[in-house]
Design a protein around this ligand. Structure first.
Ligand code: ZN
Length: 232
């Protein structure tokens, strides 16, 4: 029993860690690319910093908004399913009882035992039994839009803060290579961590996100340099 709980909590933590790493990745890639692009247009350090901070806030807000909307619609769906289930239990309990017993038979119980289990669980809390075993809903995985939105915004902001810190610490002449280089190192570390936690190949995990980060920064640097020359 203790081992099972440990495994369940481990799986829960993995979910959160992966979401956090992905959020931070987004923060690093989008803010570092923005900063490198603006710096490539020969902007002053202060302007680069302002652009980066605006990018952090905009990115964090859009992540929060996106997460809130998508998790809210998931919460709406779960609520609607529960309401329909409650109605079905009120209008046709016998059918619901057989439906639940059939689920337990499919899971390997003897029909007679399945009937008994369904009867006892429905007597205890019919809606909870159907929510869990028929709809697959559990309290632990219930959609929490605000929590998800805040977590997403926070992890994005932490990721975005890393290249901004490098803008502050770098001499103007070396800002682009220092911001780009350090951001790629941060990405590789996070990519390796996400792969390690997910049980995937660490080198592949690190390489994949670093490659995309490098491509994103190269694209924005090219655009920044182009516009910098045209506009200046
Ligand atoms: Zn049902």
């Amino acid at each position: 029993m203790r081992k099972q709980n440990a495994e369940r909590h481990y799986a829960e933590r993995i979910g959160w860690l992966r979401a956090a790493v992905l959020g931070a990745n987004d923060g690093i890639v989008s803010t570092a690319s923005l900063v490198v692009g603006v710096a490539a247009s020969h902007a002053a350090q202060g302007d680069v910093l302002i652009a980066g901070i605006a990018g952090l806030v905009a990115g964090a807000m859009s992540m929060a908004a996106g997460e809130y909307v998508s998790v809210s619609s998931q919460a709406d769906t779960e609520k609607a399913d529960l309401e329909r289930e409650r109605h079905e239990l009120e209008t046709d309990e016998a059918f619901e009882h057989n439906e639940l017993a059939a689920i337990y038979v499919r899971r390997g119980l003897e029909p007679l035992l399945a009937q008994q289990v369904a009867k006892q669980l429905m007597a205890h809390d019919a809606l909870a039994a159907h929510a869990r075993d028929e709809l697959g809903l559990s309290e632990m995985h219930a959609a929490r839009p605000l929590q998800a939105a805040l977590a997403s915004a926070a992890t994005f902001a932490v990721g975005a803060a890393l290249p901004l810190l490098m803008v502050l610490l770098s001499p103007v002449a070396n800002m682009i290579p220092l911001v780009a280089g350090s951001s790629l190192v941060f990405l590789a570390l996070l990519g390796a961590l996400a792969a390690r936690v997910g049980g995937a190949n660490v080198a592949v995990g690190a390489g994949r996100v670093t490659l995309w980060g490098a491509l994103a920064m190269a694209a924005t640097a090219a655009v920044g340099a182009l516009f910098g020359n045209v506009v200046a």
